[in-house]
Ligand binder design. Structure first.
Ligand SMILES: Nc1nc2c(ncn2[C@@H]2O[C@H](COP(=O)(O)OP(=O)(O)OP(=O)(O)O)[C@@H](O)[C@H]2O)c(=O)[nH]1
Length: 351
């Protein structure tokens, strides 16, 4: 810890569960809404700044961003979406029952492998099916650009004898022709999930990420239709190493927002343009979004609203509903409380 951080820590108030919203404006969060401006808390901050952000400074001060109206928040989104390409798709039988099609994407903005977990054979990636130079039918099957089911000895990617399913392509562009009558894609149930190694793999009870992931899959499995866009933005975009430091700060008394700010990160460093681009590629233009985060809705719709969220489907923690399998801990209660009190999440605990 630097001397400066030490001072910050010294001056950090004890975080009480009843911390008032008024102290923090409504919140330091979702800096991702504004990529084009510098962030007032990105470079050195102290707890006093966090609690009394100066509204006269720049448009990007935390409390101002939180108070922006929907149209203003939309205006701050980036103009350009990443260019994405589905590199490979494969059928995954799951331990839970339903089969999924895992789509792996590359993009022109980062080197990460973002994913789409697709429930339903009718949801098709435009970039996956597009013909590539000199490729054979076998090449197409190997990268997952086939219709129906694969079986030993199958020769043709575009026609499946076993199901009589056939793909049609535009002769000039080579693009897949999608008959909207044969699909029931829109509006499709969608979850946009940000990577959480601790919650999904290391059984962490600090957050409900693993539970939310499972619940989204369960609901989509029941419907036999849906899509989880899985973005590699661990720790709200700060990465796993920094998230672990944030956890230590939380054990030392900070809440999730303060911990990020003390580490000189925005409260939320994520962006959702990648999700918008992936949904467009999959033709999921109208979606029912599983989330409690109103800013995620604005962010995924994007500046030009190429995607429309027709409905928000709340994600109520299972423990709050008195259901089995929910995450229970003092840490997760604090995590959820901070989401509600400081990040504007639409979630209230039943009394
Ligand atoms: N920095 C930080 N990140 C965390 C912490 N706990 C969980 N995360 C990350 O938060 C992200 C999970 O956020 P989501 O559940 O996708 O989204 P959300 O914006 O909270 O909204 P919902 O859609 O309502 O769940 C993942 O990237 C986790 O790794 C924490 O204490 N600190």
């Amino acid at each position: 810890m630097t001397e400066e951080q030490d001072d910050i820590f010294e001056s950090m108030p004890i975080i009480s569960p009843t911390v008032s919203n008024n102290d923090v404006g409504t919140t330091p969060h979702n800096h991702n809404l504004n990529h084009n401006h510098s962030h007032s808390h990105d470079h050195g901050t102290n707890i006093e700044d966090i609690n009394h952000s100066d509204s006269s400074s720049s448009i990007t001060s935390n409390s101002e961003i939180q108070n922006l109206k929907i149209e203003e928040k939309r205006r701050l989104l980036p103009d350009i979406l990443p260019k994405v390409q589905c590199i490979a798709r494969a059928r995954i039988p799951t331990t839970q029952g339903p089969e999924i099609f895992l789509h792996l994407y590359s993009n022109d903005m980062d080197k990460k492998e973002h994913l789409a977990i697709v429930f339903g054979e009718d949801i098709r990636s435009r970039s996956l099916y597009k013909f590539r130079k000199d490729e054979t039918q076998s090449d197409r099957m190997i990268r997952g650009a086939y219709v129906g089911k694969l079986y030993p000895g199958r020769k043709n990617a575009d026609f499946d004898k076993s199901t009589n399913m056939k793909l049609e392509f535009d002769k000039e562009s080579g693009d897949l022709i999608i008959d909207s009558k044969t699909t029931w894609c829109n509006p499709t149930l969608v979850r946009i999930h940000s990577e959480c190694y601790t919650g999904e793999t290391a059984w962490s009870a600090r957050c409900d990420c693993g539970e939310q992931f499972d619940e989204a899959g369960r609901l989509m499995g029941l419907q036999g239709h849906g899509c989880i866009v899985y973005l590699r933005q661990e720790g709200r975009g700060i990465g796993l190493g920094e998230k672990l430091k944030a956890y230590n700060l939380q054990d030392l008394g900070a809440d999730t927002v303060q911990a990020n700010l003390l580490l000189r990160h925005p409260a939320d460093k994520r962006s959702f343009g990648m999700a918008t681009a992936i949904l467009l590629d999959l033709g999921l233009l109208e979606i029912k979004l599983l989330t409690n985060n109103p800013d995620k809705i604005i962010a995924v719709e994007g500046k030009n609203r190429l995607i429309k969220v027709t409905e928000r489907v709340p994600m109520v923690p299972l423990a709050w509903k008195g259901e089995e399998g929910g995450v229970k801990s003092t840490e997760v209660e604090g995590y959820l409380r901070t989401k509600v009190e400081k990040m504007g999440h639409l979630l209230s605990k039943p009394i």
